[in-house]
Design a protein around this ligand. Structure first.
Ligand code: MN
Ligand code: MN
Length: 469
C-alpha cells in the first residue's frame, strides 16, 4: 500500500486545495537558520551606529564605499555594473547598480525609511525648575508616551552654530557616558494619574528630560543649575543657548541591540521600524551581481510623520535621480516609471498572543513566519493606502516561491482597530507597481521593539531576488 492510499479522500483534496499555513522557522533547515543568525550579527552592528537618520546614512555610505560604490556625478556616462550612490541633505541615501538594460524596462526600487519615533528637542529646550535642569521635548512619530518615561535616553543630532559650524552630538551610547531620563510619578502618589486613560496619563508636555542638578557656583545668581549645563555645553561643543534654534537633536532609547530569549532567536532594539528593512535592502544592493534592470535601494526619512518635507518620500529627490538615469538612456521619466516596480520595504505588526484580540488571526503576520507582504495598509474602509493589484501580488508571490523564501501575508490588525500607512502610496502615484514587503515586529514603536532573526534574513533574500527581476 502506497502513502497516498492511506490518506482519506478529504485529506487528499485538502492537500490540493487548501492554503498551507506557514509553520515558520520550523520549515527551515539548520544551515539557513545559521545563515540568518550570521546575517543578523551584521544587522545588530549596523543598528548600533544608526539610531537616527543622519547616522544611518553615514553607516550606509561607509558600507557602500567598502563595496566599491562611487558618489553619483550628474552628466557622467554610466554603464552596466557601475555602482553609484546619492545622498540628500545627509538624511537620504540611494544605492544604485546600473543594469544591462539600464532603465529601458523600468527600475527596481526597494525603499525603506530610517527615521523612527523619538523625542525631539524643542527650539528653546533648556529650563530650570526647583534646582533641576531639563530639556523640553516634542515627540516625533507615533509613541505611547508612558513607555518613554524612566528609561535611559541618549542624545543624538546636529547643532549648527551662528558661525555656520556644524557640531554633531552623540551622548549616552558609550560606556561611561551620561544618559538622560524622563521622570514618572511614584505609584504611592499616582491615584489621580492612575484613573486616566492610558493615552492621557502622560501628556506630551510632561516628557521633560532631566539633564542636571548642580549649580555653577555659590554666587547669588538665579538659575545656576541651568547655567552650569550651558557652561558644560559651551566647553564641549562651543555652543550657546540660542544655538539650539538651529539644531536637530533627538532623544532616543540608550539601549544596545541585544539577543532576546534563551534560544537567541529574536533581537531587541530601538528603531527596528524601519532599519530592519533598510539594512537588508542595503546588503542586497551591495552584494548584487550586475542586474538586468537598474535597481536602487533608497533610504528615506520622515515616514513616521507622513513622508513630508524635502527628505520624505513626497519630495522629488528620488524621482529627479531616476529622471537623470532615464535621460542618460534616452528614455522619458514617465515611461520608465510606468515600467518600474517597487517594494515598499516596511514592517508590519507581528501577532502578539498577549494582545490577540487586536489581531485577526487568519490575516496577521507571525514572528518566524518569514517576510510579510502587506497588500494594503491604511485604515477604516481602506482609506489612505495604495492597494497592490492582483497581478503585482501574483508576480511577487511567484518570485518568493521560486526563490524558496519563507513568506506570509497579513493586514495591520483588525479592520476597525486602527491603522497606519507607509511610503507605498507616494510611489504608486508615479504609476509604479508597489507593495509593502518587510519584517514582522513585536511591540512596534516601543523604545525596544522585537524581531525574529529568520525574518530579517528572509527580507534580505527577498530584496536580492527582487533585484534579479
Ligand atoms: Mn515603518
Ligand atoms: Mn512606524
Amino acid at each position: 500500500m502506497s502513502e497516498n492510499e492511506k490518506k482519506t479522500e478529504a485529506a487528499l483534496l485538502k492537500e490540493k486545495l487548501a492554503a498551507k499555513k506557514p509553520s515558520g522557522a520550523l520549515k527551515l533547515d539548520k544551515e539557513t537558520i545559521a545563515k540568518a543568525d550570521e546575517f543578523c550579527d551584521g544587522y545588530m552592528k549596523f543598528m548600533k551606529t544608526s539610531k537616527v537618520e543622519r547616522e544611518a546614512v553615514r553607516t550606509t555610505e561607509k558600507i557602500a564605499l567598502e563595496h566599491g560604490f562611487k558618489k553619483y556625478e550628474q552628466g557622467k556616462k554610466y554603464s552596466a555594473g557601475d555602482k553609484i550612490y546619492v545622498v540628500n541633505r545627509g538624511k537620504n541615501i540611494g544605492l544604485c547598480v546600473i543594469g544591462k538594460n539600464g532603465t529601458d524596462n523600468g527600475v527596481r526600487l526597494v525603499i525603506a525609511h530610517i527615521d523612527s519615533p523619538r523625542l525631539d528637542l524643542k527650539p528653546n529646550p533648556v529650563y530650570e525648575a526647583n534646582d533641576l535642569a531639563f530639556f523640553k521635548t516634542h515627540y516625533y512619530g507615533g509613541i505611547k508616551k508612558y513607555q518613554w518615561t524612566t528609561i535611559p535616553l541618549a542624545l543624538h543630532g546636529r547643532i549648527v552654530r551662528l558661525d555656520g559650524e556644524c557640531v554633531d552630538v552623540c551622548v549616552g551610547e558609550e560606556e561611561g557616558e551620561p544618559k538622560f531620563i524622563v521622570s514618572d510619578l511614584l505609584p504611592h502618589l499616582d491615584r489621580e494619574q492612575a484613573t486616566k486613560p492610558m493615552g492621557k496619563a502622560i501628556p506630551g508636555e510632561n516628557l521633560n528630560v532631566l539633564i542636571g542638578s548642580r549649580p555653577f557656583n555659590s554666587d547669588n545668581e538665579s538659575e545656576q543649575v541651568k547655567l552650569n549645563i550651558l557652561n558644560i555645553l559651551f566647553e564641549k561643543y562651543g555652543i550657546t543657548e540660542s544655538d539650539f534654534l538651529s539644531a536637530e537633536l533627538d532623544l532616543v532609547p540608550a539601549f544596545t541591540p541585544c539577543d532576546i530569549g534563551f534560544d537567541r532567536s529574536l533581537i531587541g532594539a530601538y528603531g527596528h521600524d524601519d532599519k530592519v528593512c533598510a539594512y537588508p535592502g542595503v546588503m542586497a544592493a551591495v552584494n548584487a551581481e550586475t542586474p538586468d534592470s537598474t535597481f536602487i535601494t533608497f533610504l528615506c526619512d520622515k515616514e513616521e510623520i507622513g513622508s513630508e518635507g524635502n527628505t520624505g518620500m513626497q519630495s522629488t529627490f528620488l524621482n529627479t535621480f531616476i529622471e537623470d538615469l532615464a535621460e542618460a538612456d534616452g528614455n522619458a521619466f514617465r515611461h520608465v516609471m510606468a515600467k518600474s516596480t517597487c517594494l515598499s520595504a516596511d514592517v508590519n505588526a507581528a501577532f502578539d498572543p498577549t494582545y490577540a484580540s487586536a489581531f485577526e488571526a487568519n490575516n496577521a503576520s507571525y514572528l518566524n513566519g518569514g517576510v510579510i507582504i502587506t497588500k494594503y495598509t491604511g485604515s477604516g474602509g481602506k482609506y489612505d493606502t495604495s492597494d497592490a493589484s492582483a497581478e503585482y501580488m501574483g508576480k511577487i508571490r511567484r518570485m518568493l516561491e521560486d526563490n524558496k523564501i519563507l513568506w506570509q501575508t497579513g493586514e495591520l490588525g483588525k479592520v476597525d482597530g486602527g491603522g497606519g500607512g507607509t511610503i507605498a502610496k507616494y510611489v504608486a502615484n508615479y504609476n509604479v507597481d508597489v507593495v509593502d514587503l518587510g519584517v514582522p515586529v513585536l511591540s512596534m514603536h516601543a523604545p525596544m521593539e522585537v524581531v525574529a532573526k529568520v525574518d530579517v534574513y528572509m527580507s534580505y533574500l527577498a530584496f536580492a531576488a527582487f533585484f534579479r527581476t
